[in-house]
Ligand binder design. Structure first.
Ligand code: GTP
Ligand code: MG
Length: 230
């Protein structure tokens, strides 16, 4: 029997009220032989947990506070050498996982980010003030991080990214919400770890609404950046 290389890759699919999208994503990931882990938000109130139980998806309920908590707690559950963070809202393409993991293996990088700049879909600017602010926000954070660490990252904010599990365990993440992506990058660069990117597309979430708000979470980003500059 030929060994399946994807079984050594755990796809971490954070879920907060994602009962409608999770079954299709899970089926797609299993078809390709990936190991799957679902951290469910403590605040999730739909049938996400029931879906996991019905489909025998490996899952746990996070201790609450936000996506950052779910991702950080996942790291200790992962048993494979490589993990991929993959949102459950239909924003990412399962086909884009393989080139991302290939790049991680081929370059010896510690982290490979899916860049929506390289893939041509940053923030899906839709004319709204929120999407305009998010785009400006992403470019500003890119600039700060790249200037501080001499890096050339084009998309610091995409949650779709592959990492070596050991590298994730070598940094201590404390961010509770959506600042986790920035914190991860800054802490890895500070340790001299190698970060690469591959082109990635972002699709609009299929159902429900975004949990991110610049107004609500902006201060967390600022605190995260200031706290990791030195
Ligand atoms: N485990 C866990 N997952 C969460 C939590 N909050 C959000 N998520 C999931 O994390 C992923 C990203 O959240 P979104 O609200 O889509 O954030 P976003 O992708 O930055 O925002 P959009 O661009 O509007 O989609 C989704 O799959 C959510 O279901 C949480 O507190 N815990
Ligand atoms: Mg999303």
């Amino acid at each position: 029997m030929t060994e399946n290389p994807n079984s050594d890759v755990t796809i971490v699919v954070p879920c907060r009220n994602e009962e409608r999208t999770l079954p299709e994503i899970y089926a797609d990931l299993k078809r390709r032989g990936y190991t799957v882990l679902v951290p469910i938000a403590k605040s999730s109130i739909d049938g996400t947990k029931a879906v996991c139980e019905q489909l025998s998806i490996d899952h746990f309920v996070d201790s609450g506070g936000g996506k950052g908590v779910g991702l950080t707690e996942s790291i200790s559950h992962v048993k494979t050498q490589i993990l991929v963070f993959f949102d459950a809202d239909g924003s990412h393409s399962v086909e884009e996982i393989e080139p991302m993991v290939d790049k991680l293996r081929a370059t010896g990088a510690n982290l490979v980010i899916g860049s929506r700049i390289m893939g041509g879909s940053l923030e899906l600017y839709d004319g709204s003030l929120e999407s305009f602010l998010r785009t400006i926000f992403t470019f500003t954070i890119n600039q700060i991080v790249n200037t501080r660490f001499g890096a050339h990252i084009t998309d610091t904010q995409n949650g779709f990214r592959a990492a070596r599990t050991a590298s994730m365990r070598a940094i201590t993440l404390t961010g509770k919400t959506f600042e986790i992506e920035t914190e991860m990058i800054m802490k890895m660069l500070k340790k001299g770890m190698k970060i690469e990117e591959v082109p990635a597309r972002e699709m609009p979430r299929k159902f429900g609404k975004s949990g991110v708000s610049i107004i609500k979470h902006g201060w967390r980003y600022i605190a995260c950046i200031l706290g990791n500059l030195l």
